[in-house]
Design a protein around this ligand. Structure first.
Ligand SMILES: *[C@@H]1O[C@H](CO)[C@@H](O)[C@H](O)[C@H]1NC(C)=O
Ligand SMILES: *[C@@H]1O[C@H](CO)[C@@H](O)[C@H](O)[C@H]1NC(C)=O
Length: 438
């Protein structure tokens, strides 16, 4: 599985100079296979949900795939089905392996352990020639602990690259499993509308799926620097990032060029705990001043869900309550369409159709982003910035804040909202946010 990740980043694979390479590589494979301890856990969980899967499909029929009433299909033209020959083959092999192989691969000899601890990997960096970068030094820790601490420190944090390799592989593996399970309800043809949130960076051959509220402004700044559109990430204004037109969207290319990039570029996405993401979206777009959103969404929401709205509330669309926002989200007959800030990630980025090489998590944004930057051979001086563009005075939406907002909802509303984002919870392995959800 490690080999797969390197296959995804081929320039790395060829440049890995490892002492006693055979053993270490052997270990790499073993380490990757150790992972499923946690994956097994996930699959047990999923099995207990097995009975729910038909229900899930119903849920999607009723409101999961409720789309915005925007003329989305206008640009849509059919692109022939994509062929992923090796992905397909790998998928079969991998799932067969992950079932049986993990039992005996858990044996890690003391010698292997010692070797891992004492042999740093030496990587030839693409851009800066040889560098005995400690960035890729093998982790001295074997624990595959969940990545839940938010850390933006870049240097030392990258020590655990073994850990990262295996965690990233596990995420991709889980995605494959979920996609295989739900393949009946997933389109097999990539259309232009499937790639409309993908941004292109041709120099490093990258495709980034933008998910709002998961640090996308900072990633777009970084892409601008990678593309040579800016000299550093520090002084790029929010508006320049989003409206400057410096980054090309994949949908703006010809069909042939889209296909070529999808097949040969590294594709990545960052995701976030779904409930935290919508609380963050609500605070940003509806709670805080925002004429555009208050007009477009606030007005219809207030007029449909508030019992005795004041003249002023109806006129300005300001003051939408969290509960009203959720009523709108859960309404099959929404008075206004969905929006990218609260759309499900699987609807924005189509991870079953577009096979992402890297699925990062907002909860560990700094560490994972910088790990990715090193993987693609970005200049060592480039790290992801940590700007908070929107309402910088506000505290970042945290678990605590999320709980506060959710306490305003009924249990049924929470359950329905969980159902609404269920595929995101499943695909990106976020655990149930409240104990009383099923
Ligand atoms: C899923 O998350 C749990 C903890 O939340 C973690 O232990 C496990 O390794 C994760 N599984 C995958 C496949 O990422
Ligand atoms: C990398 O390390 C090796 C051995 O420790 C040394 O011989 C070599 O000069 C180093 N290369 C650089 C670029 O520091």
């Amino acid at each position: 599985m490690i080999a797969q990740l390197w296959a995804s980043f081929p320039f790395l694979a060829g440049r890995l100079l490892i002492s006693e390479s055979v053993l270490l590589l052997q270990f790499a494979t073993d380490l990757a296979c150790c992972l499923p301890t946690s994956m097994r856990l996930a699959s047990t969980l999923r099995q207990s949900r097995e009975t729910l899967s038909t229900q899930d499909k119903e849920r999607h029929k009723s409101y999961g795939y409720q789309r915005a009433q925007t003329p989305e299909g206008v640009l849509t033209s059919l692109i022939p089905p994509m062929q992923f020959p090796h992905t397909e083959r790998r998928k079969q092999k991998a799932s067969a392996m992950s079932q049986e192989h993990d039992m005996d691969s858990l044996h890690v000899t003391k010698r292997q352990l010692k070797l891992l601890k004492t042999s740093p990997l030496v990587i030839q960096n693409k851009n800066s020639g040889f560098s005995n970068s400690s960035v890729f030094a093998a982790s001295s820790s074997l624990s595959v602990s969940p990545l839940d601490s938010f850390s933006s420190s870049s240097g030392s944090a990258l020590q655990g690259s073994w850990k990262f390799f295996s965690i990233l592989e596990a995420r991709k593996q889980l995605m494959k499993e979920i996609c295989a399970k739900y393949k009946g309800s997933i389109s097999k043809i990539i259309t232009r509308s499937h790639v409309k949130h993908l941004y292109v960076e041709d120099k490093h051959k990258l495709l980034y799926c933008q998910v709002p509220k998961t640090g996308c402004s900072n990633w777009k700044r970084t892409l601008m620097v990678l593309a040579g559109k800016a000299s550093n990430v520090q002084n790029i204004q929010h508006d320049t990032v989003h409206y400057g037109g410096h980054l090309k969207k994949l949908e703006s290319f010809s069909q042939k060029e889209i296909m070529h990039r999808l097949e040969t570029y590294k594709k990545f996405v960052f995701v976030r705990e779904p409930f935290e993401r919508i609380v963050s979206a609500y605070r940003d777009k509806l709670e805080n001043p925002n004429d555009y959103y208050h007009n477009l969404f606030g007005k219809p929401i207030i007029s449909k869900y508030r019992l005795n709205p004041s003249e002023e509330a109806l006129r300005t669309g300001s003051g939408v309550m969290f509960k009203e926002f959720i009523q709108y989200l859960l309404d099959v007959h929404r008075p206004v369409g969905m929006d990218i800030h609260w759309d499900q990630v699987n609807q924005l980025c189509h991870p079953c159709l577009i096979h992402y090489d890297f699925i990062g998590k907002f909860e560990n944004m700094g560490e994972e982003s910088n790990f990715l930057l090193r993987l693609i051979g970005a200049p060592l001086s480039l790290t992801l910035p940590t700007f908070k563009d929107r309402n910088p005075g506000d505290e970042r939406t945290s678990l605590e804040i999320t709980k506060k907002y959710f306490s305003q909802l009924s249990m049924l509303e929470r359950q329905r909202l969980y159902d609404f984002y269920y595929m995101d919870y499943l695909m990106f392995n976020y655990s149930k946010p409240f104990k009383d959800l099923y």
